[in-house]
Design a protein. Structure first.
Lengths: 215, 215
DNA sequence: TAATAATGAGTAATCACTCACTCATTATTA
DNA sequence: TAATAATGAGTGAGTGATTACTCATTATTA
């Protein structure tokens, strides 16, 4: 891989756009600065300086500063999060993971790994979601879609097998998300903090298995 | 109460400072605007306008814009959060709440109510914590202090009674916080969303009781 | 009247964004 | 192939708007 500093999914999304090296450098610099200082505290001259280009170049591809943010956050928020889970579940709920414990372990580990690979974007998303209700609404809708199709089926499957408490899908999903987020938030907030993905996967699964067991 | 729009704890903290009515209006306006638009997107002239005062008055008590933020966030982050829990636990772990279910219910309900009464501050704290590691560090330390004294004792009490799984205090605390936060975050992000405190207390307690039960 | 509170026009700095221009690369022509 | 034309990525000084903050003046209070 050319640049290991760029999270995998971000580098991928960049290849979809036809960008020159300098324009890619603008996006990389923006990702770093937005994540560290926040969107509002990052000036376009900061970005230009870090990317090693002129301010004019910053505005060649992305017509506004908000356009840069959009280019970073939108593909991440709209497609990447739910897609990763959905694709994953297609092959799961049918045959190859009949055990709820295995299901939980695989889903949880997948989400921890995703979070660790995309910390800068998560930081930006978190930061902007508070002042931009649109983002939150989009994510809410994605979650609802995910719930009403794949996850609902999977949950029903395990509920019928007697391995999962018969609560509503959104309640079960909420506790799964909460448990993962409870480990991820400190990593987002405290610089230098990391996660042992295997360890926290094991802990989370152990807790959720008990909390979500039938009776 | 004079102004029911001001959350209880915020109004209390204001009485500690010697402020004129106009200066109080500045803080109230700042709380509202910082919470809605974020600190960086709020200008001091916005604050003055909403508070119905001049810009000069804004700078009479709080010498900088950051000083206003500090006056709002610091007492909230430093004292109010851990204090509420600590005071509460002093009378709990000794005699009057011998049942772990009652303990859980009371603590959880207390935290939900606190969150609902201080949504604007929570929003600001959330927003600023990402770009200001100092805040996160302070809260981390408060949590550690809380854990190493009162909570640790309480947990040990219920573990000895065989009502609580024998995990480390910070792990148990993490799941309690995560579960509460899982209900609160959507309320912070999606405008208009509210919580039925009694209902979510019941749900959270039910889940945590199972997840934290010994075997 | 003396002291304090409040005012708002003024200031220097910073910001996002523009635009006339350069120049290396590519395409076209002879 | 050699000469010329067209392209568009890149530049950076410049612009108007906005910002946080000041301070000489005025209003209010005791």
């Amino acid at each position: 891989m050319a640049n290991t500093d760029i999270p995998a999914l971000f580098a991928e999304s960049l290849t979809n756009l036809k960008l020159t090296d300098k324009q890619k450098a603008v996006l990389e610099a923006s990702l770093k600065l937005f994540s560290e200082k926040g969107f509002d505290n990052t000036s376009t001259s900061d970005i230009a300086k870090l990317a090693g280009v002129s301010e004019g170049t910053v505005y060649k591809q992305f017509k506004t500063k908000a356009g840069i943010l959009k280019a970073i956050v939108e593909p991440f928020a709209e497609n990447v999060i739910p897609l990763a889970a959905t694709e994953f579940l297609d092959e799961v709920s049918t045959e190859n993971l009949p055990d709820f414990k295995d299901f939980l372990t695989t889903v949880i580990k997948n989400r921890f790994q995703f979070a660790m690979n995309n910390l800068p974007q998560l930081r930006i998303l978190f930061h902007e979601a508070i002042t931009t209700p649109k983002i939150s609404e989009k994510i809410s809708k994605e979650i609802l879609t995910l719930l009403s199709s794949n996850l609902k089926q999977a949950y029903l499957f395990y509920q019928t097998k007697g391995e999962l408490v018969k609560w509503s899908p959104d309640r079960i999903f909420r506790y799964m998300i909460s448990t993962v987020v409870g480990y991820v938030i400190p990593v987002l907030l405290i610089p230098g903090l990391t996660l042992d993905v295997d360890q926290v996967t094991k802990e989370s699964t152990e807790f959720l298995l008990k909390g979500l067991s039938p009776k």
